[in-house]
Design a protein around this ligand. Structure first.
Ligand code: AMP
Ligand code: MG
Length: 353
């Protein structure tokens, strides 16, 4: 039986979180909100509890988890780095935490290989969500957690997505409504000589570059190839066929989509579009529906709505979910990273997949 706890995201109180805290301490599984997406958490130092995460999600054992902390002193138990690396870790972490950024560094002996998927490095994040912070603090242990979805599916940005996926499989689901950012944390590997961006996220690359001028960036194409373990698996994919149209030029993209729509006969299609372009397509009909992800001028709004719109569209089991692409700059880079990974087909790029 899964217990669902409704908790105010901005003002959680200790008493209402009590069962969740006890569950973590007793080696159970608790789904909790963070500012990025919902996490499926267990005591990071309890190997049996951590194993349950992999089982419930049907997650490959070599896909490592992120360890969530709620204060800087918890780092001492988790990392084992030399003086120079430590100075760099302190510099970066004090500028980006708490927040939607995960840092990968050399693990301490206390961190089990179960958590790191057999790697000598560990991914750590200090989230900024009041509920996550209080849960970790009062459980008195770091919490290992991947996103709270079944492996391969889009990440949950609302407790209702988690309830659909994991009800009956976990002990507690904390429901604090919609996630703020809606896409997963930025991941930076600082274990290597030159820091590397492994996954773009809510913090733009342009901002990260100011902080870490040497930061090595992946090229866009590599997003369909694995950069870190876990990234080799299909991600964020709905059941329906997701077709992504690349956007170098907005007009051309819209024209391509319109042409594609004219060619499809009688298949039910849902189009995820934007406030700026929604009126350039045919009206809704029996076999066509359009949904706006938000405004192209407010990419944070698009990120916030992205997974929710894909999951909601997928529930209607359309033959295709068509998604308009975005320019790969700022947050658009992170949004396109997720869309490229979830797409079954990409249209409008020379090497069409
Ligand atoms: P999720 O929270 O579901 O997005 O999963 C966490 C992701 O963090 C994994 O899929 C990996 O891509 C990444 N990750 C975790 N630990 C490491 C690590 N030690 N090195 C590189 N990437 C990592
Ligand atoms: Mg995930």
């Amino acid at each position: 039986m899964t217990k669902i706890l409704k908790i105010d995201p901005l003002n959680p109180d200790k008493r209402s979180l009590r069962i969740a805290i006890e569950t973590i301490k007793n080696g159970g599984l608790v789904v909790f909100p963070t500012e990025t997406v919902y996490g499926l958490g267990a005591d990071a130092f309890n190997v049996e509890a951590v194993s349950k995460i992999f089982k419930v999600k049907n997650r490959p054992m070599d896909n490592p988890l992120i360890i969530h902390i709620s204060n800087f002193s918890q780092l001492e138990d988790l990392v084992d780095v030399d003086f120079k690396k430590r100075k760099f870790l302190d510099f970066i972490s004090h500028r980006l935490w708490p927040g939607p950024v995960t840092l990968v560094t050399k693990k301490s002996e206390r961190v089990s290989y179960k958590v790191t998927g057999g790697l000598d490095t560990v991914a750590i994040r200090y989230p900024a969500h009041p509920v996550a912070n209080l849960l970790i603090e009062l459980s008195n242990t770091p919490i290992a957690a991947p996103s709270a979805n079944l492996s391969g599916k889009p990440s949950p940005t609302d407790a209702k997505h988690v309830i659909n996926d994991l009800n009956g499989l976990v002990d507690i689901i904390i429901d604090s409504g919609r996630s703020i950012f809606g896409i997963e944390s930025t991941i930076i590997d600082i274990s290597t000589e030159v820091p590397r961006l492994l996954r773009p996220g809510p913090i733009s690359i342009e901002r990260l570059k100011v902080l870490i001028p040497t930061l090595e960036l992946p090229n866009i194409q590599s997003f369909r190839k694995p950069l870190s373990p876990g990234m080799k698996y299909r991600h964020y994919s709905p059941e329906s066929c997701l077709v992504l149209f690349i956007c170098e030029d907005e007009e051309k993209m819209v024209e391509r989509i319109r042409r594609h729509l004219r060619k499809t006969n009688n298949k039910y299609i849902i189009l995820l579009t934007t406030d700026e372009t929604i009126n350039l397509y045919p009206k809704d009909s029996n076999n066509f529906k359009k949904i706006s992800l938000g405004s192209r001028r407010k990419l944070y709004e698009i990120a916030h709505n992205l997974f929710d719109s894909i999951i909601t569209a997928d529930l209607e089991k359309p033959a295709e979910i068509i998604v308009e692409g975005f320019k790969e700059m700022g947050l658009g880079f992170s949004i396109m990273n997720r869309l490229r990974k979830s797409a079954h087909r990409i249209v409008g790029e020379e090497d069409e997949v």
